[in-house]
Design a binder for this molecule. Structure first.
Ligand code: ADP
Ligand code: MG
Length: 154
């Protein structure tokens, strides 16, 4: 069961929001990027093609990052350095076991107090900090819908 949650620092009227095209997804990412703070984690849930990476692209542009932003599906993590915050972009899609993430230095990434973005976070939800902001992207017939949730903790 998911519980509705509004990320701290983001206006509560931001969610739910319908995103008519990829520019709207980028624009939402931009709003999230403007509100992002060091030490935060943003978890992006959604099927393949739901717009998770597109949201990250908008977010990174708000932070002044000029490099490429793509799903780190095979590398598992990409580091975006040189923007206003250090950002670590994870993709759990191809992770078989949480030990792969721990071996990659997951705890060190958390300790670095950058901004952490995670695609497919629901595969290993127990790794995510308790104050993670959860954003869920759904396909609509045309476009996408974004909602924000907090996953209940046991
Ligand atoms: N709101 C939207 N409406 C229509 N297409 C979108 C929207 N947001 C993103 N897209 C497009 O969907 C495709 C997949 O987006 P992507 O961000 O790679 O998805 P994901 O990372 O969730 O797999 C891209 O071509 C992107 O431009
Ligand atoms: Mg992606």
């Amino acid at each position: 069961m998911w519980v509705r949650y509004y990320a701290e620092g983001v206006k509560s009227d931001l969610f739910p929001i319908d995103l008519a095209d990829s520019e709207a997804t980028v624009a939402l990412g931009h709003e999230l990027g403007k509100a992002a703070k060091a030490g935060e984690t943003i978890a992006l849930v959604g099927d393949l093609g739901a717009g998770k990476t597109t949201l990250c692209q908008g977010l990174m542009s708000a932070l002044g990052y000029e490099g490429e932003v793509t799903s780190p599906t095979f590398s598992l993590v990409q580091e975006y350095l040189g923007g206003q915050l250090e950002v670590f972009h994870f993709d759990f899609y191809r992770v078989n076991d949480e030990h792969e993430l721990l071996d990659l230095g997951w705890d060190d990434y958390i300790d670095r107090k950058g901004l952490i973005l995670v695609e497919w976070p629901q595969l290993f939800p127990e790794l995510l900090p308790a104050d993670t902001s959860w954003i869920h992207l759904h396909h609509l017939e045309i476009g996408r819908r974004a909602e924000s949730y907090l996953i209940p903790r046991k």
